[in-house]
Design a binder for this molecule. Sequence first.
Ligand SMILES: Cc1cc2nc3c(=O)[nH]c(=O)nc-3n(C[C@H](O)[C@H](O)[C@H](O)COP(=O)(O)OP(=O)(O)OC[C@H]3O[C@@H](n4cnc5c(N)ncnc54)[C@H](O)[C@@H]3O)c2cc1C
Length: 428
Amino acid sequence: MHHDVVVVGGGAGGLELAARLGRRLGRRQGPRRVLLVDRSVFHIWKPTLHEVAAGTLDAHQEGLSYTVLARRNHFGFTLGELRGLDTQARTLRLGAIHDEQGRLLVPERTLSYRWLVLAMGSGSNFFGTPGAEHAYVLEQAADAERFRRHLQAAFTRSAFAAEKRLGIAIVGGGATGVELAAELIEAHQETLASLDPEQAFRLDLTLVEAAPRILAGLPERISAQAQTALQRKQVRVLTRTRVLVVQPDRLVTEAQGDIVADLIVWAAGIQAAPHNASYSLTTNRAHQFVVNEHLATSAEGVYALGDCAACPWTADKTVPARAQAAHQQAEYLEARLMALLRERAPSSHPFTYRDFGSLVSLGDNKGVGNLMGGLAGRNFFVEGLIAKWMYMSLHLMHHRAILGVGGTFVLAMARLLQRRVSGRLKLH
Ligand SMILES: Cc1cc2nc3c(=O)[nH]c(=O)nc-3n(C[C@H](O)[C@H](O)[C@H](O)COP(=O)(O)OP(=O)(O)OC[C@H]3O[C@@H](n4cnc5c(N)ncnc54)[C@H](O)[C@@H]3O)c2cc1C
């Protein structure tokens, strides 16, 4: 099978790119010329995984089928996992896919391309911590869904147990850890509201961070606001606390001794897939593909974007692993690849990342963040409902890129109505 453009990874960046190219090429050319490959059959926007994990977002309603998205946006889709790459022959090898019983679903295949875009995202970085495999991670929808099932079971067990207490520890006080903590508090409160008062149980939630403050990559004011908001919700926030070992029922730490927990989540850092180093492309220590200012890797015709790419930003920094970066890179590559597809010379303009700021969700109706270069050209701080709405608008922008304005509106209304009928928390 041959396609002019093959995009591997249908996440925040790759799916937007395939959809943009498909729509530009139209119904007749798009599906023949652009192919999206993903190891999953449905797409879920990764920044919502903490909500799926807490049960406040239903992955089965939120997930969008790649085949439907491909038909609507005029690109081809195939299920597959990248396993090998021959940059000389311009071919890639997709490994076989098996079902849960180990039966073959899709055999191993080879595809050829003219231009390849690698957009495979990132996974967890355990920094060599022994026992980290005992912790849950939020790398993909299946991880979040697994945690949700075990969380619901733990909620039920705690409601009927003599002790009436559930301990959860989250390792990592970055945006993922903070947002998950806030979402778990909401889930607990909603669960209590639906329980008999005699079954009410306490949630002991601990957020463990090695750095001197949570959200260490964001301005201090945001860290302070987020810490206060979490502490008001009775979350124990431990900073300057390095986890030495993870055991099935506890974290062993340097500064705080043992932190006993029924469920442990690892949200302490990310890195790209170690397998990336096997494709004969230049990679860095975090296994990201090193790209130049045009997002080109070390092999001709191969580009990379999003979390799996190390793209120059400032003199000593690369573009951060964020959905907004993946979105901007998809826009940039759309223009470049459209020129190439039309046999024109692409523009010599380099990719320039624009940091619009960071927003962190602190539960149902609260958020906090900073917006860069606003109306007056200065940075400003946002909090509360406004920050939360702005946070939610990022999700809508992603949907707009893949569903269009009308589709996004219908979906948002459908979800709002569904929530009114069945409640916010997925309890089954
Ligand atoms: C809980 C959480 C909250 C977050 N919140 C925010 C936020 O508020 N704002 C923000 O900007 N960023 C946020 N992020 C980070 C953001 O999600 C990522 O930066 C962004 O999704 C990266 O986009 P991507 O396209 O590079 O990869 P992804 O969106 O991760 O997509 C990668 C895709 O590649 C597929 N794939 C992987 N390997 C293979 C393979 N070998 N073969 C085929 N397919 C493959 C995967 O199935 C997936 O569909 C958050 C992340 C998490 C986990």
